[in-house]
Design a protein around this ligand. Structure first.
Ligand code: ADP
Ligand code: ADP
Length: 225
């Protein structure tokens, strides 16, 4: 079975208007799925539910056949640290740490020794062409470089799913294209699936399949190729 992650009938309200109103999404192993739709349509909330960051009011999320809601908090946190990687619009790197320490962080949190974690971190930074920035702080590198560092950090644990929420949103189109190519190539190399939230058609074009969210509901886009 190549189904990896399934969200179904997801509902979530923060106020009177539901953010998710019966949304669903299925992601296959190694598949890159773009989640598109206008601002405020519920894309980020859908991503957060699928990643076990936000608990839906109703509906289910299963990862590799496991129901996230049935897991203990500890196990869900371990899943997020190990099987999931995250890239956000603003890299969310820790400003006090060097770039290599940032990339090594998920491994360090998982108990890997510093030397081994940083060696692995530098390997990933080399693939993303930012290994020469290892000693710099995030504040000392450009936006495009910081986003490559963030991608290295998301991939260093070789996650099963990378959740990317507007990963190019803060970049110009040249850097955005480069970051997307590196993200997609890295995911293909490791066999990771990607859930890519974007409102830009040009970014969604890197995906295998597009889904549109409107008013908290999802629908599949039929691709004409
Ligand atoms: P998108 O990612 O498509 O822009 P979001 O999922 O961020 O949409 O938001 C969907 C709706 O839910 C919006 O109306 C937004 O204001 C609301 N919302 C999202 N997260 C929260 C939150 N933590 N608290 C209150 N309202 C929220
Ligand atoms: P952390 O370990 O970072 O504190 P948790 O895994 O405890 O995060 O999740 C935060 C909150 O959301 C907890 O109350 C948790 O029970 C709840 N939660 C998160 N994802 C889900 C989910 N898919 N189904 C049910 N509850 C969830």
């Amino acid at each position: 079975d190549d189904t990896l992650l399934v969200g179904s009938e997801l509902r979530k309200s923060f106020g009177p208007t539901p953010a998710l109103d019966g949304a669903g999404l299925m992601v296959r192993r190694g598949e890159i799925v773009a989640v598109m739709g206008p601002s405020g349509s519920g894309k980020s909330t859908l991503l957060h539910c699928l990643a076990g960051i936000v608990a839906p009011d109703s509906g289910t999320v299963t990862f590799d056949g496991q129901d996230l809601a049935a897991m203990r908090d500890r196990d869900r946190s371990a899943l997020r640290r190990g099987a999931f990687g995250f890239v956000f619009q603003f890299g969310q790197l820790v400003p006090e740490l060097s770039c290599v320490e940032n990339v090594a962080l998920p491994m360090r949190l998982g108990g890997t020794r510093r030397k081994q974690a940083e060696a692995k971190a530098l390997e990933w930074m080399a693939r993303l062409e930012v290994d020469h920035l290892g000693g710099k702080r995030p504040g000392e590198v450009s936006g495009g470089q910081a986003q490559r560092v963030a991608i290295a950090r998301a991939l260093v644990t070789e996650p099963k799913v990378v959740f990317a929420d507007e990963p190019t949103g803060a970049l110009d189109s040249f850097n955005g294209e480069q970051v997307m190519r590196l993200l997609v190539d890295s995911a293909r190399e490791t066999g990771a699936s990607v859930v890519l939230v974007t409102h830009e058609a040009r970014v969604a074009a890197y995906s295998d399949r597009e889904v549109v969210v409107r008013d908290g509901r999802t629908r599949q886009v039929e691709l004409v190729s």
